[in-house]
Design a protein around this ligand. Structure first.
Ligand code: DQA
Length: 151
């Protein structure tokens, strides 16, 4: 089987992990998390690319350019989750399975974080498990793409 190509997108302020609100997001930097993801999925026959941007338009463009390039996308849209119709439209537009990840449990936080607009275009959401959420999302994506676990 050809390795599946998966793109991991992190949105605004996730470049500040390790410095930013450590009580909520922990001590790991985004590079630390990406290395943990690589290390823990190397047996999974996938090829991972990583992209971080603080700009909504760049995220929209990268999602649009994923057609014919990636078999799945994992995205933490950061605060854009709560209001970006442009990112939702991009997710819906590409016809690629997308899983949304949040480090924190957005349903246990401020009212304005409890709704994700972008999640409406995703096949599922993993929220509240820190960096491990990305690894869970990769497993869920592989199963969605290859139907590894059959009913
Ligand atoms: C976040 C949750 C968002 O509400 C917040 O704006 C972020 C990070 C998370 O990973 O928990 O930037 O997406």
């Amino acid at each position: 089987m050809q390795p599946s190509r998966v793109l991991i997108i992190n949105g605004p302020n996730l470049n500040l992990l390790g410095i930013r609100e450590k009580d909520i997001y922990g001590n790991l930097t985004l590079d630390d998390i990406n290395n943990i993801i690589k290390e823990n999925t190397k047996e999974n026959n996938i090829y991972l690319d990583f992209f971080q941007s603080n700009y909504e338009g760049e995220i929209v463009t990268v999602i649009g350019e994923s057609i014919n390039k990636y078999s799945g996308i994992i995205i933490n849209p950061g605060a854009y989750s709560h209001y970006s119709i442009a990112i939702l439209d991009a997710i819906r537009g590409v016809n690629i399975p997308v899983i949304e990840v949040h480090l924190s449990n957005i349903y246990g936080r401020e009212e304005y974080r409890r709704k994700s607009i972008t999640a409406e275009g995703c096949i599922g959401v993993i929220s509240g498990f820190g960096y491990y959420g990305y690894i869970m999302a990769i497993h869920a994506l592989i199963n969605n793409i290859n139907k590894v676990i059959k009913p």
